[in-house]
Design a binder for this molecule. Sequence first.
Ligand SMILES: Nc1ncnc2c1ncn2[C@@H]1O[C@H](COP(=O)(O)OP(=O)(O)OP(=O)(O)O)[C@@H](O)[C@H]1O
Length: 546
Amino acid sequence: MDLFVHYLSMPYLVEGVGYTLLITVLGLLGGFAMGLVLAWMQLSRFRALAIVARGYSIIFRGTPLILQMVFCYNALPLIGIKLTAISAASLALALNEAPFIAEILRANVIGVDRGQVSAGQALGMTPAAIMRRIVAPQAIRSMVPALGNETISALKNSSLASVVAVQELTLRSTQLASATFDFFSIFFASGLMYLVLTGAVAVIQIVIELLLDLDRPPPKEQFARFMRALLPGRGESALATAGAAPQTPADVAEEILEEIETDPLPPASPKVVNLHVRGIDREARARRLAGNAVAVEVTGLRKSYGPQAVLAGVDLTVRAGEIVAMLGPSGSGKSTLLRCINRLEGWDEGAIRVGGRFLGTDEAGRALSPRDVAQMRAGVGVGMVFQQFNLFGHLTARENIAGPLRWVQGLSRLNADRRAQELLERVGLAHRADALPRHLSGGQQQRVAIARAVAPGPSVLLLDEPTSALDPELVNEVLEVIQRLAVEEGLAMVISTHQLRFAGEVADRVVFLSGGRIVEEGPADQVLNTPRHPLTARFLSKMSAE
Ligand SMILES: Nc1ncnc2c1ncn2[C@@H]1O[C@H](COP(=O)(O)OP(=O)(O)OP(=O)(O)O)[C@@H](O)[C@H]1O
């Protein structure tokens, strides 16, 4: 035992630990830098870069680290690159770690919900802003465990540096054991030193995970919990003074009831009812709209996915302030048309103008870069609401609205927060401003998403089946918000929906799509009550029966 303790504090071995740490840190830093480049190359639009990165990964993941160390130390001098043993070992470790780290980075970047990327694009964020503000913060959170594993594995792999005579812990332990024949105590001490190092990595990983945990309670509540654990009984009062009462199931039920009472939306503006139920107002409105400028103009739009024609020559004009409901069976191309209008999708033939501008191309029809498209989208003012809400999962309701206002519109934090709060109030969610999306119901999430889409003051709002992912009891709360905004904001809206009653009450015009074509369009009353095309009639009677 004495010998074991003696070896644990022996400067010769402790120095070996220093070399082990040095190679590991250098190898990981180099591996991370190269891994970032490799991941970027693999995610790049340019296939050649992706192929080169893949080739590198195959070679360096497929050959043993020990051979790579020998190569760096013995073969590189043949081409004039002479490295010290430590540099050669660190370089080999970096070269070997890079493809593993690249795969971790790539997998976690790809793992971030694509819908959030679409939402960022629709809000006018550039690809760089989407990566920095949306993808990276979420990817980093989910890659911590895998990076922790990789760090531990690199630390253990550093022992292979002994093959090029780096005086790290394993080599020194072996040399000492060969000289003293005290194998057991020496290797036990060295094993314990490795354990302490890997244990420290594990602790750092846990701390980072805790710090990045979005569900981490605020410091005040953490203190209350700590006090409760420390002082059973007395902790209750500490808890109460810290402002967080312990919750029984009855408390929770009461809280939910309270929330339901405070949550209902303010009643729909009476203006809505007047405008959309009394026929005379509809006619007056139709006349007024006819004189408005064209907000969206789609001409001869054709798009195919492979051999499947999804849009087969669509012509559509929407005027400023007009609300168009788009109906049609599943797969008729409604979502695709909406995604084309704000250039989330490209198309094969035809043209789309939003606010008089060709979104995504210059006047000569040449495609713009994703960055220029993003800026144009923000400039033209076209917002989008998605079927699956697509809120940014790591941001609170307020930040979901205020963030894009700062990043795209350049508002100050104060003004962006003020606008976000005002919109949350309008959609009846001011009291949930600090909630994360996953702590909101589907209906609440969609209300936040609508508030986020209208926050920059777009002139056109596209809504892609905004209620179809909701439970039936949540549909009305979202429809009410849309109905209210439609009137208050005076936006041009194109809504893909299956809600016939809603379309009848809110829309000025109904467009019926089938097989990628508009087969019928006209005033909402006429299309919904006296459809002319047999496909429309069949669809409406089927929907009404449901
Ligand atoms: N990225 C894609 N790749 C290949 N096919 C696609 C893609 N997106 C859509 N499609 C196909 O295009 C057709 C139209 O899809 P779209 O989502 O526009 O229809 P929709 O009318 O919105 O349907 P729903 O009401 O069910 O949402 C469908 O057949 C769909 O399978």
